[in-house]
Design a protein around this ligand. Structure first.
Ligand code: AMO
Length: 440
């Protein structure tokens, strides 16, 4: 018999169907056994005799032929999408048995510490709440693509192996490239910028690699970067407007398509005011000083506690979970940033913060060949290492800018996860490449 998906059993009351999936949970009352069967569309209750179902174990893969029945009103399960029906099992076939489970997948929330969860990653993906994280992340990435395509941006694939380090040298993985040395890409920055000089508007969804020598709850060594870059800017604020459009677009899609996933985490879409507020770095630091007495006014960047504080301010004063912080110190940023003509000590770069953490960086980039060349030398880069980049700007290159959002951070802070590793299917950090490195 043709397979019926779990979610479609709602429309099959009175019919005999075959459902296939995993035994999520089993409640055995000896004569009568209840199974929650799981497939990619959800859970449905199976009820059958002990003879037919009592041998089953969690995660056995089974096919059930049975009659779809409406549940009596007092037995309706409001927590289950299919909670108004159940399937009376007539026939059961084990398609693939499971070994005994090392972790309990049957609870509403996986009650294991993060390292245990990651040690059993293949298995933990089967838990509905873990699945919800990656369903939402897929919507975030899909929405990013849709938002960009709607504005006539061309998608490109950035290389992972690069010969120069655009974002500064410290956080980079070296790779042996035949008899030479190369790097894993920290960012598609130089590629997206140079591509604007041919395609005007480009975007990419790429892995980026950062040799972050720390194990914070928000840094991965391999992360997913949602990059956009475009030119013919009238003003650097065009970058802010484009980014705000993209973020609003993503939130709208998540709100429309992820109600179930948001509900599982009791999560809500970040609060947005009419226009995302913006502060310059020094203005933000002044506010933080006034609010907390903590003097960070000379610092080159916002520390984690400063990010949390300025987000709290934005929420209280502007009714927004999001805030742009701009005008970082030119000398502390990469060679391509555009100094503010009004005060070149600071540059037209901007971070977007939300719920206490940075979600993106971006800004206007230099487009004048001579200035770029001068900066390449001043920043201590080798001219030949950025030869392709320089080439693009030698032959006509309008004002450009762009931004990059971290997909794992967005997922983490929409759902209120405690650790960015939960928002990466296969998180890499100092201690882990799928397995604990120290265990080797
Ligand atoms: P930046 O280095 O700020 O900017 O990176 C952009 C965004 O990517 C995310 N991110 C990370 N997420 C998890 N783990 C990490 N180690 C990590 N590092 C970064 C953050 C961050 O805001 N070239 C610029 C972008 C641009 O100007 O267009 C860049 O790479 O959410």
């Amino acid at each position: 018999m043709e397979r019926t998906l779990v979610k479609d059993t709602l429309n099959k009351v009175g019919k005999t169907v075959t459902v296939k999936g995993w035994v999520n949970t089993k409640r055995d009352h000896s004569k009568i056994v209840f199974i929650d069967l799981r497939d990619r569309t959800g859970l449905v209750q199976i009820v059958g005799t002990g003879d037919l179902l009592s041998s089953l174990k969690p995660e056995d893969v089974i096919a059930i032929e049975g009659l779809v029945k409406v549940r009596p009103e007092k037995l309706v399960n409001p927590h289950l999408e299919t909670g108004t029906v159940e399937i009376e099992a007539l026939k059961m076939t084990v398609l693939s048995p499971s070994s005994e489970l090392p972790i309990d997948l049957g609870k509403e929330t996986l009650e294991v510490e993060l390292p245990t969860l990651l040690d059993h990653r293949s298995l933990s993906f089967r838990h509905p709440k873990i699945q919800a994280i990656f369903k939402l992340q897929a919507v975030v990435i899909d929405a990013f693509r849709k938002a960009m395509v709607a504005k006539d941006f061309l998608e490109f694939q950035a290389p992972a192996i690069i010969n120069a380090v655009p974002e500064g040298g410290a956080e980079v993985f070296k790779v042996k490239y035949f008899d030479k040395e190369a790097y894993l890409s920290q960012s598609p920055q130089l590629y997206k910028s140079l591509l604007t000089t041919a395609f005007e508007r480009v975007f990419s969804v790429n892995q980026m690699f950062r040799a972050e020598p720390s194990t914070t709850s928000r840094h991965l060594t391999e992360a997913t970067s949602l990059d956009a870059e475009f030119n013919f800017l009238e003003s650097w604020e065009d970058v802010l407007d484009m980014e705000e459009y993209v973020v609003r677009f993503i939130f709208k899609e998540v709100e429309e398509r992820c109600q179930k996933e948001l509900a599982l985490f009791e999560a809500t879409i970040p609060l947005m005011s009419n226009k995302f507020p913006i502060l310059k770095l020094r203005e933000a630091q002044e506010i933080i000083f006034k609010r907390t007495g903590r003097d960070c006014r000379e610092e080159k960047d916002l520390a984690p506690e400063d990010e949390r504080e300025i987000c709290a301010w934005a929420k209280e004063e502007k009714g927004s979970d999001l805030i742009f912080v701009s005008h970082f110190l030119t000398k502390k940023k990469p060679f391509y940033v555009y100094p503010d003509p009004a005060d070149p000590t600071y540059c037209l770069s901007v971070d977007l913060l939300c719920r206490g953490v940075e979600w993106s960086s971006g800004g206007q980039r230099l487009n004048d060949y001579d200035t770029i060349l001068k900066n390449v030398k001043e920043w201590g880069l080798q001219e030949e290492d950025v030869a392709l980049y320089l080439q693009a700007f030698k032959y006509g290159s309008p004002q450009l800018g762009g931004f990059a959002l971290g997909a794992e951070r967005i997922t983490m802070y929409i759902l209120g996860l405690k650790n960015v590793r939960e928002a990466s299917m296969f998180p890499r950090d100092m201690e882990r490449i799928d397995i604990h490195l120290s265990a080797q």
